[in-house]
Design a protein around this ligand. Structure first.
Ligand SMILES: [Zn+2]
Length: 458
């Protein structure tokens, strides 16, 4: 088959799929007025993709949205694969051991290229795979209306690894269904009561033990072929902490380290939402994370769930939890707490990776590692109006929300930004009051003039 022929066939298959989506979307709008949300633009392509896929394969729409949010925060990443070889916002995979992308192609008839790069096709393909798993699990039409019954299909979708790993993946999706999430790419999820049908009661093998190196961490060991046994720091001195971003989900990355095909590992991986941490390789052993043998032998590798191009993953909870580990490691191994020894993957000689990328706030991280970990408190003071919350420390950043006059706020860190005059005076100090949520200190009463002692800079 020539390249031209392949492209022509791909276009034709995609054209058919889009016609199908358009037809189904029309049906959904007419037949299901209950799904219409006045706050949502009817033409929002992602909303239509979820509506269509849910209707076509009778998979709960919120389940699809939650799975996509856990995997990618609904981001296509331009059709580029994740570090674990997953494509699109639903993170469909084609590699030894996991073949959701191939299964989606077989079930939908769509071209794999479309499944990888087109959001509507990607969502439709994931829905088809989940429905296939539900059918194989014997779920009837009535059972499919019960979110909790989808636990098994979701676990199978997320991981072909050990049962415990698959359940951790499904737990992440069901935790999100319970908690919900605010607006993301035109979608939002309201938390609800849901009882996942986890099957038989937890067996001993499903219970995740804690790390003996760092007790806050869970211990889920990497495959023995993905790291090198050693006896550090006796065999090699540990001089560096290498900071990574997973380019994939938390559960997916931990599962990837267990896959003998991956040939990669890291010592620790942090979860974006709450800073939870899992250890995969003992500190005495050499994880394969830096792409440089010398640095591998001399370092501890720490992964952070997220993608370098989306700052939403870099939560205060994750920064603070990771910095606590790095502080403990620097104490244990006598590593200086500076940027010469706490480095990004991108700074490893010969690195082909760019993580953690420009959205990682090194100033904040190093402050936390050095023990400046206070959280300030303040009260919004505008006189009466709501105060705009911006995505960065300056009036040039987009407004991402608002807080009412008189509302209490927490100040996770502070930095210099654009100068603003308000009831609290004229200042260039900006307060980070949540993940990528900033307000000018000119409108916040903190009891301090400008910077608050003990609160980190960032
Ligand atoms: Zn990396």
């Amino acid at each position: 088959m020539t390249a031209v022929g392949t492209a022509r066939r791909a276009r034709s298959a995609l054209g058919g799929a889009l016609a199908l989506l358009t037809a189904l979307a029309g049906t959904a709008t007419v037949g299901s007025p209950a799904t219409a949300d006045p706050a949502r633009a009817p033409s929002a392509p992602l909303a239509v993709a979820f509506d269509t896929a849910a209707l076509r394969y009778d998979v709960p729409r919120d389940l699809l949205v939650a799975l996509g949010y856990v995997e990618t925060r609904l981001d296509m990443h331009g059709g580029n694969p994740s570090a674990t070889g997953g494509y699109g916002l639903m993170h469909m995979v084609s590699h030894p051991g996991r073949r959701t992308l191939d299964e989606a192609a077989a079930r939908t008839g769509l071209d794999p290229a479309a499944l990888r790069t087109d959001p509507a096709a990607n969502v439709l393909g994931a829905a088809a795979v989940l429905r296939g798993y539900a059918d194989e699990a014997g779920l009837t039409a009535a059972a499919r209306d019960d979110l909790g019954r989808w636990y098994g299909p979701v676990a199978r979708y997320g991981s072909a690894g050990a049962a415990a790993t698959a359940r951790r993946y499904a737990d992440a999706v069901f935790d999100l269904l319970r908690s919900g999430f605010p607006a993301e790419r035109g979608e939002a999820l309201t938390g609800r009561v849901v009882t996942p049908q986890r099957g038989e009661p937890d067996r001993a093998g499903d219970r995740v033990p804690l790390s003996t190196d760092y007790p806050p961490a869970a211990w889920v060991p990497a495959h023995s072929g993905n790291y090198t046994v050693a006896s550090r720091p006796t065999s090699q001195q540990i001089d560096y902490v290498v900071i990574h971003v997973t380019q994939g989900s938390y559960a997916g990355s931990i599962s990837w380290f267990q896959n003998p095909a991956s040939r990669v590992s890291a010592h620790y991986t942090f979860r974006s939402s709450d800073g939870a941490v899992t250890q995969s390789v003992r500190e005495k052993d050499i994880a394969w994370h830096a792409g440089n043998w010398t640095y591998n032998t001399q370092s501890i590798g720490i992964e952070h769930e997220g993608y370098v191009d989306n700052p939403a993953w870099f939560t205060d909870a994750m920064y603070r939890a990771s910095a606590a580990l790095t502080r403990a490691l620097t104490t244990k191994y006598g590593i200086p707490r500076d940027r010469a020894h706490i480095i990004g993957h991108v700074e490893v000689p010969g690195a082909t990776h760019t993580d953690p990328g420009p959205n990682w706030n090194w100033t904040y991280y190093l402050q936390l590692v050095n023990g400046v970990t206070g959280i300030g408190s303040g009260t919004v003071n505008t006189g009466s109006a709501n105060l705009n919350v911006r995505s960065g420390p300056g009036t040039g950043y987009p407004v991402v929300g608002s807080v009412a006059d008189g509302a209490p706020v927490s100040v996770y860190c502070q930095t210099a930004g654009s100068t603003v005059t308000g009831p609290a005076g004229t200042t260039n100090v900006w307060n980070r009051i949540g993940t990528n949520r900033w307000v000018s200190d000119a409108y916040v009463s903190t009891g301090h003039n400008g910077y608050i002692p003990g609160v980190p800079r960032c």
